[in-house]
Design a protein. Sequence first.
Length: 495
Amino acid sequence: MGEDREEGGGLMPDSPSSPRVRFAPSPTGYLHVGGARTALFNWLFARHTGGAFILRIEDTDFERSSEAMVDGILESMRWIGLDWDEGPFFQSQRLALYQATAQKLVQSGHAYYCFCTKEELEARRAQGTAAMYDRRCRNLDRAESEKRRLDGKSPAAIRFAVPDGGSTAFDDAVFGRVEFANAEIEDFVLLRSDGIPTYHLSVVADDIDMRLTHVIRGADHISNTPKQVLQYQALGADLPVFAHVPLILGPDKTRLSKRHGATSVIAYKDLGIVPEAFRNFLALLGWSPGSKQGSAHKDREIFSSEDLVQLFTLDGISKSNAVFDNDKLAWFNTEYIRAYASEKLLPMIEVEWKAAEFQPTRSEPEILATIDLLKPRARSLKDFATLFRAYFSDDFEYDAAAVTKFLSDPALPSLLQELAHRYAAAPEFTEASAEQILRAFAAEKNIKAGALINGSRVALTGQAVAPSLFAVMTALGKDRVIQRLSAVDKVPTSG
RNA sequence: GGCGCCAUGGUGUAACUGGUUAACACGCCGCCCUCUCAAGGCGGAGAGUUCGGGUUCGAUCCCCGAUGGCGCUACCA
């Protein structure tokens, strides 16, 4: 049956027993979907358990990190609705901690100074078959080492002294017990010769300092984990629970990259994806509520943020990599757009309008009603600024293919203009009356109502695809319908 | 190459500690509806669980091996 869930709110936010997790992106690029999913899982875990979610920026690679990327990452996180309880902390401002930690390790004999230069190491690697560091500086005697360090001629890095024999293991919450022979682990660099820590040192120093209880991160870190475990042991610190999350791959099952199209979170925002759809989709990539709670959630796919928080547990995380499927994301998007109230959709649509430099000329009640009419067939928020422009202003274009398909009959324009006169003369203009007038007109002229309907649709909306014509007519309003039908002869025909 | 991890239809997942006609969703195909396109309703194709050995009365599930994929293999994170 698995372990019981904590009752929500049962723990004080910062009680000693409450979990502490973190998301630790490196600002060397935009937040990509894999990172977003890792952040999401950490956040869900924290919210589910009543723990703390900490944001830490790992910017110790000064060449590749930038402030703009930090802003982008924060923006992306806010977009998918992830808030953090502590931070953001910047590793670039915590250098003293790492240096002190490295010193501590040297003093306790778990680390040593290394005077080999990067160039020397590369040269040795190039010629030898042994890829690992040969430990030559580990064997320097203490006095010699001190002397070389103090003369300052050869800047020294600090390396971890990996134990000679035995193995290092940890119990992963997702993968179970994972074990590595120490002989396979290199004497890795903790502190670079310029005093900047490597990732291996800074994660451990920070994770201990920030009292993290769980480390939830990508499975690409499994191989790094023994290096970290060794440091915890050398430092006499308790191990956090490691939970490695399988990777997200592109459709060709290789690691997701630019080749696969959009890879940054913001790119999906720009594609007109609504954040909740994206979050829902991401949550189900590598995790599922399973059926351990009976069958209640087994066949469900749509989960609100609250649902996810309530349902999320580490044992729902799967072990195998997942392929990112744009079609499924698109489906989530349509589901969410359809389900949203138009009042909720409007601000998101306004963003699209602004980006497209489009100005609606309708009143707000009209706009809201029209959104309700259109949202069942929207695939993206973008549609409101492209396909659906004709509903919100006269600033739209006629789709050439639609014109060719439904408006190419030379008899049509004059018929539609005549129809416009009928509407103008009619005492009322409702969905029912509009339909009745059109059908009567078609019967009178002995033509198919469908021809008139399809032609009208293109004349009114510029598109071949739209909701039911008479709903469109009432949404547009009598005046606009008459005006556009009357102007049908001015619709540009292609060729 | 070495080390580690993973393996259920095209995709994401489900299948309580071995016993199911292997389920759901996306996608795909067809039909219905119909004024277009979606949606919706109905139906369908698609995996005998990568392959081969075991263990067992019985294996998607346990063990071994093979194959494939992915990850790590930096004074990047």
